[in-house]
Design a protein around this ligand. Structure first.
Ligand code: SAM
Ligand code: SF4
Length: 435
């Protein structure tokens, strides 16, 4: 018994050393992490995830908000407040002007990066509509990059969205377990498992190099689904030379007329493990945590492998203007952007509203090369500080300004002189200053 424990410990430590090199883990190695039972060894895994995040991205945490465009849906996903069969839902699709108004409101609060989210409705929220919304938000607001979480579409439609400036295209398989998928998605285009499974191939064919993937944790055994999404990523890496730019960890929440069951419930402890496994399995991936999760857990995960978080989110269309009664699901972290920024800074991390890589065309293959050479951290660090300086100048409320200025000083002391020249430019009114 003693020998086998030692062998397992050695195996896990070898896996962690490989991840820290950093190298992509094999599926067998991922399985070893998923099946690890030893509590003490888990602490070593968490510690490795923490170190790896710091090694690749430094201490910056990227912030964004979702902007829900429509909740009118032709699908009937059993877990979603927007499902067609939810007779109680108050339905709304934002007009283009309303979408621009909400985006403008968010830009006024300091956000530079938004994730557009929409239900599936080819007539009301199809590609023509999305194209117009994206174009007008870029034209009429200070938002600098838009990502998109929308239903799978054809290569041709993806090309149009890529052309109008979407950064990351995000879509979750929900579950890779076919019988559970069929049960949870009884009707509408989403009932077609294969159409969803091939979505990233079509997005890549259309020119998207930055794709966001994930599974909806709680639908099926997380061990199976987490392994499957990593296996899917491996397949993309083999075929195209790259896998997901981000992995999200949506965990099933209550929604109008839906309460998650106990069978496949993902505990907080398992949730921590999943974040660490994603971080270690695919070292360059951005691990994204939404406001579905409670604030204390989110804060804890910030120093344990997560690299991007949404903040101050509303999950209904027009939710930033008036609190609607039809959220897609309940959120656990209700803090505003400024509260989350203050918290991140207080933890010794750097809140980042940076969009520099998209401004400089450092996406896709270019981004991956820089990351693999171990140089992305340098860009992330300075740009995070420049974005924080801009936030302090333009948006920070008085009660947190002093604290942020102090934090900026501490971090800038470790940086090159050039950074101070750029701070001056920002003070003189120049915007979007980055390297
Ligand atoms: N309608 C598109 C689709 O289904 O792919 C994209 C947008 S959907 C609004 C975004 C994601 O929200 C879904 O992929 C699903 O994983 C997640 N979601 C839906 N209901 C949820 C719930 N009750 N709790 C947590 N996440 C949920
Ligand atoms: Fe519609 Fe997406 Fe909700 Fe399913 S998850 S009902 S497709 S919005």
């Amino acid at each position: 018994m003693k020998n086998s424990i030692t062998k397992n410990t050695r195996n896990i430590r070898d896996i962690l050393a490989k991840a820290l090199k950093p190298e992509i883990l094999s599926l067998d190695e991922v399985s070893s992490l998923i099946n690890l039972r030893d509590r003490e060894l888990w602490e070593e895994v968490f510690d490795a995830a923490r170190q790896l995040k710091e090694k690749i991205y430094g201490s910056r945490i990227v912030l964004f908000a979702p902007l829900y465009l429509s909740n009118e849906c032709v699908n009937n996903c059993g877990y979603c407040g927007f499902r067609k069969g939810n007779g109680k839902a108050r339905r709304k699709t934002l007009s283009v002007d309303e979408a621009v108004e909400e985006a403008g409101m968010l830009a006024d609060r300091g956000y530079k990066r938004l994730l557009l989210v929409t239900s599936e409705h080819p007539k009301l929220a199809g590609v023509d509509y999305l194209e117009e919304v994206i174009t007008e938000i870029y034209k009429r607001t200070d938002i600098r990059i838009l990502h998109l979480n929308a239903a799978p579409m054809s290569v041709e439609d993806f090309r149009r969205l890529k052309t109008c400036g979407i950064g990351v295209y995000q879509c979750f398989q929900e579950t890779y377990h076919f019988p559970t998928y069929k049960k949870m998605h009884p009707s509408g285009p989403k009932a077609d498992y294969g159409w969803r499974l091939g979505v990233m191939d079509r997005a890549i064919e259309a020119g998207f190099e930055d794709i966001g993937m994930g599974v909806l944790l709680g639908l099926y055994d997380w061990r199976w689904d987490v392994w499957a999404v990593i296996a899917h990523s491996h397949r993309l890496i083999r075929k195209y030379g790259f896998g997901p730019h981000t992995l999200s960890v949506p965990r099933l929440q209550p929604a109008q007329g839906f309460k998650p069951g106990k069978t496949n419930r993902v505990s907080d402890d398992d949730f921590r493990k999943i974040v660490a496994i994603y971080r270690l399995a695919l070292p360059y991936v951005g691990v994204v945590i939404s406001t579905r999760e409670p604030s204390e857990l989110r804060d804890e995960l910030l120093s344990m492998g997560a690299s991007q978080v949404s903040a101050g989110s509303k999950t209904s269309p027009w939710g930033y203007v008036e609190d609607g009664d039809t959220e897609q699901f309940e959120t656990g972290d209700k803090r505003s952007l400024e509260e989350v920024i203050e918290k991140i800074a207080g933890m010794g991390l750097i809140p980042s509203l940076c969009t520099a890589c998209y401004r400089e065309g450092r996406s896709g293959e270019k981004f991956r090369q820089i990351a693999q050479q171990g140089n992305i951290k340098k860009f992330c660090h300075e740009n995070a500080l420049l974005s924080l300086k801009e936030y302090i100048e333009d948006h920070a409320p008085d009660n947190i300004k002093e604290h942020l200025v102090k934090r900026l000083k501490q971090e800038s002391a470790k940086s090159s002189n050039g950074l101070f020249d750029k701070f001056k430019l920002i003070e003189q009114g120049k915007r979007d200053v980055h390297i």
